[in-house]
Design a protein around this ligand. Sequence first.
Ligand code: SAM
Ligand code: SF4
Length: 516
Amino acid sequence: MSVWYSEVMGKSFDIGLERLTGVGVPGSGETQEGGLKPPLQVAAGAESTFYLETFGCQMNDHDSEKVAGVLLTRGYRQVETPEDAKVILYNTCSIREKAAQKVFSRLGELRPAQERNGKSFNAENTEEEHRDDLPANHPNHRKMVNAGGGKIIGVLGCVAQQEGEEIFERAPWVSLVCGSASYRKLPQLIAELEAGNRRVTGLDTDTDETFETEITRRDNPWRAYLTIIEGCDKACSYCVVPFTRGPERSRASASILEEVRRLAEAGYSEVQLLGQTVNSYADPSAGKMRFSELLGAAADVRGIRRVRFTTSHPRDFGKDIVEAIEAHPNICDHVHLPVQSGSTAVLRAMARTYSREEYLEKIALMKAARRPISITTDMIVGFPGETEKDFEETLALLDEVQFDSVFAFKYSPRPNTPSLKMADAIPEEEKGQRLAILMDRQREIQRVRNETLVGETFEVMVDGKSRRENQWSGHTSSNRVMNFTSPERELLGDYVQVKVVSAMPNSLVGEMVGRA
Ligand code: SAM
Ligand code: SF4
């Protein structure tokens, strides 16, 4: 179970718009207006359609945007339901057990009728043959009848990497298994399936390249995600990411900045630089641009009004990042700096590479900044061996730091991780109680902090319109959710000034007082 204390990292932009952008791969030519490039290679027929469902973090969301771009380039069309699709793809997350389970339950929904009767599955089965198996009023009827017959079903992402070819054993109707570290191979794998191959895999993690595509199909028309570093070398003892996403590899700074320029030209005003440990960025090119310099250079691109970055690792968080924020008003005043625990003993067991005191030193750097920086974090409760005293230290850290938002999770034992074998597992019930206590404490902190903002005016990027008349929503630079009133007819994508009139633990309520 996970508890999100605020929507600050969540998605509030369900507006049904999408854009395509070319990433500026050298030699790929200029993008057309709106960033859309003509398909380079159309291999699929006009009726070729794909359904893509994404689980997990923003990096997965963005990987899916790139995967969608790859398929669109091949002439596929995206559809909203698995029933309507020729290719069904699940981009999966395995960070906690529940997330991984969800994927297998989705795959179960697609299980062909023959499998359910213990007969072997035949990819040539027609929809007609499936139709008899379930009563027409069965909730899964349509899904079942459509599975099999000529469809390509693929598992991408972390579960694919973790389970590998075993997925074919558990769900023989799957024909593509590809981990995120092998996404560069995706076009080739898809071509093999189109050529009639029954099963293909991409499971290498030793690639030293990043996944850059000719076209990315972006879901949000104003905020663009850009992965600048993939994988993770940190080896926290509870975490599957180093196994599922492979070693750290950074993208060349010139290529990143070229993409930022193209995004600005295509009308994006906000870019969010992504990485599991985004501030561990190590420019592979001769210029060796530091992460803080990259932030500044992205902020200097004409047309870019906001630069965000997530997730930062405390070990690599230095004063230079705070100085970049101070020097560039359009680098957002928000840092997500996961701490995981307030106890040095637990941090050591987690192999987080910093102590409570060292973490607090990083916090002090931000608190000393010339403009207020909003700080958010991740916490894990119930790590093996976490004593009552350790947990008290975590609660005390909440009081001391005064985070603006906390994403809190119950520890979930994961395959291949060192913490799986650690003694003194905490019972589920105890984990649940600790999570609830932490949640209550943090909610109160957020309520009090947000109330101090009543009467202040903030710049808000408008990214949502309510069905209720005159009601809008957006995000402040600090990534707070602001719900506000305005009689304006069209504000989506605009930057406006909003005065806070009341506050809740997870959001602010305001009224528009002008254009930004
Ligand atoms: N790279 C980021 C960092 O170092 O903080 C975190 C990436 S991870 C995808 C997001 C969050 O999931 C982590 O910060 C941690 O709180 C949580 N998490 C990771 N593994 C977990 C596990 N085995 N059980 C519970 N929570 C976990
Ligand atoms: Fe996982 Fe730790 Fe890497 Fe974050 S830094 S992705 S928690 S191993």
